[in-house]
Design a protein around this ligand. Structure first.
Ligand SMILES: C[C@@H](C(=O)O)C(=O)SCCNC(=O)CCNC(=O)[C@H](O)C(C)(C)COP(=O)(O)OP(=O)(O)OC[C@H]1O[C@@H](n2cnc3c(N)ncnc32)[C@H](O)[C@@H]1OP(=O)(O)O
Length: 174
């Protein structure tokens, strides 16, 4: 009897502790929301995930013939120092990257990651200029002064991986 009363009391205590901590969390997040002005721009969908590959033809054949995906032709983008191939996935895309030219940003990455690997994620934004202004204010390093025209003919910027939990992030104007 005493033991079961103890269990009931412990249950009540746990519930009241939980609800107190939930209230604290809610009120903290409310005050955070109140103090943070709403950004004038929004993140959109995941446009693509880019994978640097050491052998572009082999990678193209793997996605096309082994995984059965719809795969684009190879497109050179000299202003970015890359060859690209897009793999269509329905809800998003993969971008296969291979170095083009001596100053390619992919060359150093492949030297460190000889088998290839995930290079960046590309997320759409509704206002790239507003995003840049806010990210600069928040001391996130943007890797070009101005947006460049990316693989889809739209303005893109890259954010330094060391400011984004180790992931190179590309933002693309939707
Ligand atoms: C066509 C277009 C499109 O999709 O529209 C594209 O794809 S263009 C795709 C290609 N273009 C780009 O990548 C443009 C933006 N990228 C850059 O500006 C550069 O690649 C950086 C990301 C700044 C890295 O510069 P760089 O290679 O000279 O420096 P680094 O090798 O010393 O790297 C500095 C540190 O960042 C890390 N690091 C380098 N690349 C990384 C990556 N892709 N993901 C995560 N971390 C990375 C390194 O391991 C190193 O960390 P530790 O110091 O700890 O070792």
């Amino acid at each position: 009897m005493a033991a079961s009363m103890g269990r009931v009391a412990a249950g009540l205590l746990t519930r009241s502790q939980t609800s107190a901590s939930t209230m604290r969390t809610l009120s903290m997040s409310q005050s955070l929301t109140q103090n943070t002005p709403r950004p004038s721009w929004k993140l959109g969908r995941l446009n693509h995930i880019a994978i640097a590959v050491p052998d572009l033809e082999k990678a193209q054949s793997f996605y096309k013939n082994v995984l059965g995906a719809q795969v684009s032709e190879t497109v050179p983008l000299p202003e970015h120092g890359v060859y690209t191939i897009f793999v269509e996935l329905g809800n998003t895309k993969l971008e296969l990257l291979y170095p083009l030219g001596e100053k390619s940003p992919i060359a150093g990455f492949l030297q460190k990651n000889k088998a290839g690997g995930m290079h960046h994620v590309c997320i759409e934004v509704d206002d790239i200029k507003a995003a840049m202004a806010e990210l600069k204010r928040k001391k996130i390093r943007i890797l070009s002064e101005e947006p460049k025209i990316g693989a889809h003919g739209k303005p893109v910027i890259f954010l330094h991986p060391k400011d984004c939990d180790g992931v190179l992030i590309e933002l693309e104007q939707a």
